[in-house]
Write a protein that binds this ligand. Structure first.
Ligand SMILES: NC(=O)c1ccc[n+]([C@@H]2O[C@H](COP(=O)([O-])OP(=O)(O)OC[C@H]3O[C@@H](n4cnc5c(N)ncnc54)[C@H](OP(=O)(O)O)[C@@H]3O)[C@@H](O)[C@H]2O)c1
Length: 268
């Protein structure tokens, strides 16, 4: 990936205060992009911004569960930069509780941040993105968009839903030159498990209990930047667990056997 691909381009990253979003901020800043960093925690966004090289990032605190904030946020981007080249819908929230125990309010909260948030923000930003004629909308989805595993029912549902909406959008905006890319990571070493919601909505507050701890967030960023440059529709990134997608599709009974074996061994 050459530096010139993103030099001077305006890139908006949600969930930029930690994990994959933070690593993406560093990668895009090294590539010379002008950044907008969003998330709820302005102090953490400022910390990430201070560690970026290149142009000083624009910190724009935004809660994805508050759709009324989307249009004013886009207006701020328009006023500050006059354009938007790449929107990375990365923010997300995990789940660690059985389907039967999960309160409906918790299921809705997960859908709000993981599905309605990216959908609403993308719709609000579309006129600005389309005006450029060659931009990209990136969505950090998950391998869980293709499989369901225990304790992650609403999370898996939210990621499945993203694919239906953004696959449709891709075909609608293709003639106008806008690119839509779905990124499906496997396990990545971030705070997703600590921040995941339990049945009542409290944070799980425990690091990943999977022995497959996953790749470092920085290992995802190169693949994501390359996917934008090459205008890929969808990519899988991570360790061997990403093969779950193909196993489920081409050998579903083998996948079910492997999953149940992993569950019995305490891997979920
Ligand atoms: N880690 C993995 O193994 C893995 C695997 C597959 C997919 N993913 C996906 O990767 C994305 C990034 O997650 P991560 O692993 O980097 O976890 P993370 O470190 O917990 O980061 C999640 C980010 O989302 C933001 N966020 C959460 N709720 C928000 C809200 N209501 N409004 C705005 N921002 C909100 C958080 O910022 P604030 O707290 O500052 O709001 C934070 O920056 C997620 O979409 C996740 O589903 C992760």
């Amino acid at each position: 990936m050459s530096r010139t691909d993103f030099a001077g381009r305006v890139v908006w990253i949600t969930g930029a205060s930690s994990g994959i979003g933070e690593a993406l901020a560093q990668a895009f800043s090294r590539a010379g992009a002008q950044l907008i960093l969003s998330g709820r925690r302005a102090d953490e966004l400022s910390r990430v911004a201070a560690a970026c090289c290149g142009p000083t990032p624009f910190v724009l605190a935004l809660d994805l569960s508050r759709p009324q904030e989307f249009a004013p946020a886009v207006l701020q981007v328009q006023r500050h930069f006059g354009r938007l080249d790449v929107l990375v819908n990365n923010a997300g929230i995990g789940q660690r509780c059985l389907a039967q125990d999960t309160l409906p309010a918790v299921e809705r909260a997960i859908m709000e941040v993981n599905y309605f948030g990216p959908v609403g923000l993308t719709k609000a930003a579309l006129p600005l993105l389309l005006a450029g004629g060659s931009g990209s909308v990136v969505v950090v989805s998950s391998v869980m968009a293709y499989v369901g595993t225990p304790m992650r029912s609403a999370y898996a549902a939210s990621k499945h839903a993203l694919h239906g909406w953004f696959d449709s959008l891709r075909e609608e905006v293709y003639p106008a030159g806008l690119h839509v890319c779905l990124v499906c990571p496997g396990y990545v070493r971030t705070n997703l498990s600590e921040n995941a919601l339990t049945a009542t909505g409290a944070a799980h507050a425990r690091p990943s209990d999977s022995p497959l701890r996953g790749v470092a967030p920085e290992q995802c960023t190169g693949a994501i930047l390359r996917a934008i440059t090459r205008r890929r529709d969808e990519i899988l990134v991570g360790g061997p667990e990403i093969w779950a997608v193909r196993l489920k599709r081409f050998a579903p009974r083998l996948w079910a056997w492997a999953l149940r074996r992993a569950v019995a061994r305490g891997r979920f």
